[in-house]
Design a protein around this ligand. Structure first.
Ligand SMILES: NC(=O)c1ccc[n+]([C@@H]2O[C@H](COP(=O)([O-])OP(=O)(O)OC[C@H]3O[C@@H](n4cnc5c(N)ncnc54)[C@H](O)[C@@H]3O)[C@@H](O)[C@H]2O)c1
Length: 255
């Protein structure tokens, strides 16, 4: 309890899956939560559940960030945590890729994270008591091992890893107590996997078998790592990458 007491946390992709689990967990730990998402109905539901605020935000759209920042400033006068978690899969191989699809995935999964970090830093620098806060960027195990059928997803998640480190070092060298870390879930049971599972229900076995634990992660298990990174317990953790993959990348499969 109270691990995020008095902190204000904005969560992108907060309407569903890992983001919604984080909204609930952060609120239970005392945070005032802003759920930011393109899905208004679901987002409002989650925000109401946690006694928080919903802002409609397309992470790839710069003016949306300006508007969201205005809402945070007006309602809370501070910002302590940005969980840059919104993301999409694409599912097109390199041979099937078209430029509009590629640009859309880059826009959401990479540019959206950059805009979230930039906006977060601007607000966190103005916090009463001095510049401070935590930026958490959701990447993926796909940052380390490519998904051959999804080069756009793999490329963006890999890029988020180094974007995170550049932001972390910049903030530390600038003397800001603003930390920035990446979070790398393995296959996690959320709606992002639904289209793939609808098209090929047998994939459920493959998703479970990816981890030596023999199961997918639960959104709450990923949110728990984000909670640690958001809290002051992680005060010396920046520029780091946190895997939560049930051991998937820890060993060679099958031997
Ligand atoms: N579930 C997994 O297996 C898995 C594995 C590794 C990484 N991830 C990453 O975790 C993050 C959360 O995904 P999830 O699994 O909870 O999926 P999800 O589909 O349940 O949630 C993603 C959320 O992002 C929102 N979103 C999509 N585009 C947006 C945009 N342009 N602006 C704002 N919000 C937008 C969606 O509306 C949705 O609420 C994503 O970045 C995803 O890539 C998921």
């Amino acid at each position: 309890m109270d691990r995020l007491k008095d902190k204000v946390a904005l969560i992108t992709g907060g309407a569903s899956g890992i983001g919604a689990a984080a909204a609930r967990l952060f609120a239970a730990e005392g945070a005032r939560v802003i759920v930011a998402d393109v899905q208004a109905d679901l987002g409002r539901e989650v925000a109401a559940d946690v006694d928080g605020l919903f802002v409609q935000l397309d992470v790839a759209h710069e003016p949306d960030w300006t508007r969201a920042a205005g809402v945070v400033e007006e309602r809370h006068g501070r910002l302590d945590v940005v969980f840059n978690n919104a993301g999409v899969v694409c599912g097109r191989s390199i041979e099937d890729m078209d430029l509009a699809t590629w640009d859309r995935v880059i826009g959401i999964n990479l540019t959206g994270v950059m805009l979230g970090c930039r906006t977060g830093i601007r607000l966190m620098k103005a916090n009463p008591g001095g510049p401070g806060g935590s930026l958490i960027n959701t990447a993926s195990t796909a940052a380390y091992a490519a998904i051959p059928g999804d080069p756009a997803y793999s490329a963006t998640k890999s890029a988020v890893r180094l974007l995170t480190k550049a932001v972390a070092v910049h903030c530390a060298r600038s003397g800001y107590a603003i930390r920035c870390n990446s979070l790398h879930p393995g296959a996690t049971d959320t709606p992002i996997l639904s289209p793939a599972l609808q098209a090929a229900p047998q994939l459920i076995g493959a998703f479970n078998a990816m981890s030596p634990m023999g199961r997918m992660g639960r959104p709450e298990e990923i949110a728990a790592v984000a909670l640690f990174l958001a809290s002051d317990e992680a005060s010396y953790v920046t520029g780091a990458e946190y895997l939560a993959d049930g051991g998937m990348l820890a060993g060679h499969p099958g031997i």
